[in-house]
Design a protein around this ligand. Structure first.
Ligand SMILES: Cc1cc2nc3c(=O)[nH]c(=O)nc-3n(C[C@H](O)[C@H](O)[C@H](O)COP(=O)(O)OP(=O)(O)OC[C@H]3O[C@@H](n4cnc5c(N)ncnc54)[C@H](O)[C@@H]3O)c2cc1C
Length: 452
């Protein structure tokens, strides 16, 4: 089947029922969207969040991760936080539901740590969090189109089980990960298919694993075992893999697969046919790893695949072109722009084609700031972006996409969206708000803009 569709049909014009008129519409319920919605609602804006999956959490629950990462920098004094505010609230809520473990620090890559969590309970925690914050949530709804009024998104069209519906928001926060709203609105975006792209992965868990037996081998030993399997014909796409103990018991989370196109080229996450093929390829790879782990990796002899993320994990797709852009140099030099609204200390984590992952740690203990302008799509007035589709270069995004940084961006976007409403009623808001006031409000709520 061709991947391009040159023949078109004309859709008939139709009258679409308006289902909601929120102050703030948040598209996408990942780390960024959850924080954005909670922050906007807490600031008094009527807030609606829409999500295409039947549950909240985005990558955190649909893909599943080995740990929640990016909330700390690593210096001589140990782990010090670079993200606070709503991150602390999410952490407390997960802890109260027995769904979060203490941070684990990598012995091999500087700056790498993660808090093991339960992705199923995270769905429940996210429901409870949004209810407590007063956010209206509609799941199973797909953003399909927008209607513009000059530089403003005047209406958003969504596909629901009941058919097409319209939402008339004053401000839109695009936390879709794919910059869906910005692209539909004609804002400036580039997408990964145009150049180097971080490879996606299907994440999975295996059990029962004998943790003691597995713990006796080093990461280097594991790579060697997988390389040996490849030498014997296994054809695993990646041999430097990450295996994390799940919260408790004998289950392990594996971040091991690496999906490319059948011809070995970089996968295009915006192409529907390539996406469908990639989901299938991800599952094939999961079972190829299962076979090798059972045969060759100590502790895994009796283990089976117990879960595969409901969706393939997309690390990078569209990125916006914003008023500012986070560059590779700014990340590696740890720039601290005066208009920063979030901080990050995560290394550049480059999932290039080939069997390795390339890590580039930041200077020990240091961190960089993300400008508010990285969330503001050029050419649009009432749209803010949060999360992995921020304005950043390919390499800079390979650091800033980490979940704690996405959550921090979301909190800033939510506060800014509410600020954009204060002077007009009923009209669309201008999201180019006073950044000093935005920072003051973020600090007042415990967000970290000056890590100590
Ligand atoms: C394989 C993989 C491994 C990773 N490992 C880690 C890790 O170990 N630790 C860590 O901290 N981070 C990890 N990350 C990075 C991190 O998890 C993500 O970058 C981050 O969570 C992204 O958050 P987000 O809110 O920006 O986007 P997402 O989590 O992608 O959320 C976007 C949401 O928008 C919804 N959406 C999209 N389009 C539409 C539409 N048209 N209509 C309605 N809803 C829509 C999606 O369904 C989704 O729920 C990993 C990422 C991947 C892919």
């Amino acid at each position: 089947m061709p991947t391009e569709f040159p023949v078109t049909i004309a859709e008939p014009a139709r009258a679409t029922p308006v289902m909601a008129r929120p102050d703030v519409l948040v598209v996408g319920a990942g780390a960024a969207g959850l924080a954005a919605a909670a922050a906007a609602a807490r600031a008094g804006a009527s807030t609606l969040m829409i999500e295409r999956q039947g549950f909240l959490g985005g990558t955190l629950s649909a893909v599943t991760l080995g740990g929640l990462c990016g909330a700390y920098r690593h210096g001589s004094e140990g782990l010090r936080p670079v993200v606070g505010g709503l991150w602390d609230e999410l952490k407390s809520r997960l802890q109260a539901r027995d769904a979060l473990g203490p941070p684990r620090v990598s012995a091999t890559v500087r700056g790498v740590h993660g808090l093991p969590y339960d992705p199923e309970r995270l769905k429940l925690v996210a429901d409870e969090w949004m209810t407590a914050a007063g956010v209206d949530v509609i799941t199973g709804v797909v953003l399909a189109d927008v209607q513009m009024s000059g530089p403003d998104v005047a209406a958003v069209l969504v596909q629901t089980r009941a058919g097409r519906r319209a939402i008339v928001p004053r401000v839109v926060i695009d936390a879709s990960g794919d910059a869906e709203a910005v692209a539909l609105a004609g804002g400036a975006v580039s997408y990964a298919g145009e150049g180097a792209v971080q490879s996606p992965s299907a994440m999975f868990r295996m059990a029962p694993v004998d943790r003691a037996a597995f713990g006796a081998i080093s990461r280097h030993d594991l790579t060697r075992l997988l390389e040996n399997a490849n030498a014997d014909g296994a054809a695993l796409p990646r041999t430097t893999v990450a295996v994390f103990p799940y919260l408790a018991g004998s289950e392990m989370h594996l971040n091991a697969t690496r999906v490319t196109r059948a011809d070995g080229g970089g996968f295009n996450p915006m192409d529907p046919l390539e996406c469908a093929a990639a989901e299938r390829e991800g599952r094939q790879q999961v079972y190829a790893y299962e076979k090798v782990f059972r045969q060759r990796v100590p502790g895994f002899q009796r283990a089976r695949v117990t879960a595969i993320g409901a969706a393939l994990g997309i690390r990078e797709s569209r990125r916006i072109h914003g008023d500012a852009e986070l560059t590779e140099q700014a990340v590696m030099q740890c720039d601290k722009p005066h208009d920063r609204i979030a901080c990050c200390a995560w290394p550049v984590e480059d999932h290039v084609a080939g069997r390795e992952t390339v890590w580039r740690p930041l200077p020990p203990g240091d961190w960089y700031g993300i400008s508010y302008g990285c969330l503001l799509p050029r050419g649009l007035r009432n749209v803010i972006v949060a999360g992995r589709c921020l304005s950043a270069s390919h390499i800079a995004q390979a650091s800033a996409r980490i979940s704690a940084a996405c959550l921090a961006m979301g909190e800033a976007a939510g506060v800014a969206a509410a600020m954009a409403l204060t002077h007009q009623s009923g009209e669309q808001g201008d999201v180019r708000v006073n950044v000093t006031q935005l920072q003051d409000t973020l600090r007042a709520h415990g967000a970290i803009l000056d890590p100590q």
